[in-house]
Every structure is written in structure tokens, then in C-alpha cells.
Design a protein around this ligand. Structure first.
Ligand code: NAP
Length: 271
């Protein structure tokens, strides 16, 4: 069965919109965008469009790529102290002269809808409720829940250990009582490990999973998204090969991507 992230996401977005339509007080999102990276501009534009569609006021603060770090830190402090602002997003990547760690640490955890701050990631790792869960792993769990796919007791293999996807995904699966294995570029016998997985979450950014690697009827979640040599959007999983073997599988595009957006909007509404 194909896990249709696009339609599940559209339903969540409509529910969020309806929940805000009936409220007098609306969330307000502040986005900080530094430099003129075209991909970052597209991401910010899409987030703004979706947030405004559901009824969230969105302010974008744009800076040239040579802006001083202190200017961004001051702006974040101002946004932290502004009671009208409920959510803060800093679009990554930042230029090299700006410390990502300093910026992330300066965001109020209660407005950190990306779950970047040490307080929220720390809460996640000790099993305490963070103020917000990271968008992509939360979106994946929302999708599994919609399709009633059980996690408890299952062997979940997460491929990739980034701070935004792999690590929090592993933690959230563990918190749901899965038995979790995390793989990365130095993992030996990747194929044998994947073969034992009931659930595979691949967040790498290149073709990693082919049909002979996966267990019959396993759940295959493809986070990867990039353009192949022909310029087509593709993921980590060889969809054509793996789909007949898998029990459930996400397509690219139309799987995890839209769920990430829905999950981020959920966090903004929660803020
Ligand atoms: P990242 O920070 O580049 O991390 C990639 C991970 O893959 C690293 O942990 C790396 O291991 C591991 N890796 C690289 N080659 C490998 C190999 N041959 N075998 C096993 N593991 C390998 O990437 P990310 O930010 O997590 O993103 C991963 C992908 O997901 C990208 O395509 C990105 O565009 C996509 N993404 C999609 C969404 C969405 O909403 N759909 C959201 C976020 C990201 P090491 O740690 O050892 O280097």
C-alpha cells in the first residue's frame, strides 16, 4: 500500500485551518532568512504561503549574506520578547561567519517550532515532552498513525543520523517502544541490517535501498529528496523495485515532504 502523504497532509492542513478559523487569537510566525540561496527562498516562500493559508500571520526578516551575527542575535532576542510572536524559524543554512549553534541556542524553546534548541532536543532524548517535536519525524509518525501501522516492539532501522531527521527519528521511534538501529556512512553490512527491519526510514540523499535488501511486507519510509542526473525529483529508495515487496511505502514526491509541511504547521498552530 502506498502511504499517501499528499492527501493526509492536505486533510491535516484543512483541519488546522478550521481550528484557527474559530479562534480569535491566531499564532504569528517570524522567519529569519539570511542571504540569497534560491532553495532557501523557495522553502521560506512555501512555508509562508501555507502558514497564511491556514490563518497564521507571517513576518519574514531578510538580511544580506554579509550581515553581522550580532544583528541576527539581537533580532531573535527581540522576537523572543515580543508576546505577539508565537513561533520563530531560522532558515538554514546560514553563511559560514554566523555560528549556527549560537543562533539555535538563542531561540526561545517555547517558540522553537523546528525543535532545534538544546532544550527541546534534550527533552526529546530524556523522554520529556519537548515544546515542539521536529517536523519531519513527527510528520512520519503522523502518517504511520493514520494508516494504523504499529511501531511498538518492531525493529526500526533509521538510515542517516542528522540532527534534523535521523537522530530525532530514532529517538521518537524508541520513545514509541520500537527496537531501533541507526545506520550511517560508516555502517558495515548495511544490507543485512536493512533485511531485518520491520520499518525502514531512509534519510540519506542518495539511492540506498533496493528490493533485495528489504524484508517482505516491511514499512518503507523515504525521507530523501534530491534531483537525479536527469533532473527528476527522486528519493533514497528504488520505488519501482521495492514497492512490490514492501507492505507500505512512501512515494517521492508526495510522501514525507508534504507530511513535513503539515507537521510544521501543526507546531505553529500549537505555538
Ligand atoms: P544529512 O545531514 O546530509 O545526513 C545524511 C546522512 O546520511 C548522514 O548521517 C550520513 O552518514 C548518511 N549517509 C551518507 N551516505 C550513506 C551511506 N552510503 N549509507 C548509509 N548512510 C549514509 O541529510 P539530512 O538533512 O538528514 O537529509 C537527508 C535527506 O533527506 C536529503 O535528501 C534531504 O533533502 C532530505 N530531507 C527531506 C525532508 C522532507 O521533508 N522530505 C526533510 C529533511 C530532509 P554520516 O553521518 O556518517 O555522514
Amino acid at each position: 500500500m502506498i502511504l499517501d502523504g499528499k492527501s493526509v497532509s492536505a486533510k491535516i492542513i484543512e483541519e488546522l485551518k478550521a481550528s484557527l478559523d474559530s479562534r480569535e487569537i491566531k499564532p504569528c510566525l517570524a522567519v529569519i532568512l539570511v542571504g540569497d540561496d534560491p532553495a532557501s527562498r523557495v522553502y521560506v516562500r512555501n512555508k509562508k504561503k501555507k502558514a497564511e493559508y491556514i490563518g497564521v500571520r507571517t513576518d519574514i526578516f531578510e538580511y544580506p549574506s554579509d550581515v553581522e551575527e550580532s544583528v541576527i542575535l539581537n533580532k531573535i532576542e527581540e522576537l523572543n520578547n515580543n508576546p505577539e510572536i508565537t513561533a520563530i524559524l531560522v532558515q538554514m543554512p546560514l553563511p559560514e561567519h554566523i555560528s549556527r549553534d549560537k543562533i539555535v541556542c538563542s531561540i526561545s524553546p517555547k517558540k522553537d517550532v523546528d525543535c532545534f534548541t538544546p532544550e527541546n532536543t534534550g527533552r526529546l532524548s530524556i523522554g520529556m515532552e519537548p515544546y515542539f517535536y521536529p517536523a519531519t519525524p513527527q510528520g512520519i509518525l503522523m502518517l504511520l498513525d493514520v494508516y494504523n501501522i504499529p511501531v511498538e516492539g518492531k525493529h526500526a532501522v533509521v538510515i542517516g543520523r542528522s540532527n534534523i531527521v535521523g537522530k530525532p527519528m530514532a529517538q521518537m521511534l524508541l520513545n514509541r517502544n520500537a527496537t531501533v538501529t541507526v545506520c550511517h556512512s560508516k555502517t558495515e553490512n548495511l544490507e543485512e541490517i536493512i533485511k531485518t527491519a520491520d520499518i525502514v526510514v531512509s534519510a540519506v540523499g542518495k539511492k540506498i535501498v533496493r528490493c533485495k535488501m528489504v524484508k517482505n511486507k516491511s514499512v518503507i519510509i523515504d525521507v530523501g529528496i534530491y534531483r537525479d542526473s536527469n533532473g527528476n525529483l527522486t528519493g533514497d529508495i528504488d520505488f519501482e523495485e521495492v514497492e512490490p515487496v514492501a507492505g507500505f511505502i512512501t512515494p517521492v514526491p508526495g510522501g514525507v515532504g508534504p507530511m513535513t509541511i503539515a507537521s510544521l504547521m501543526y507546531n505553529i498552530v500549537k505555538s
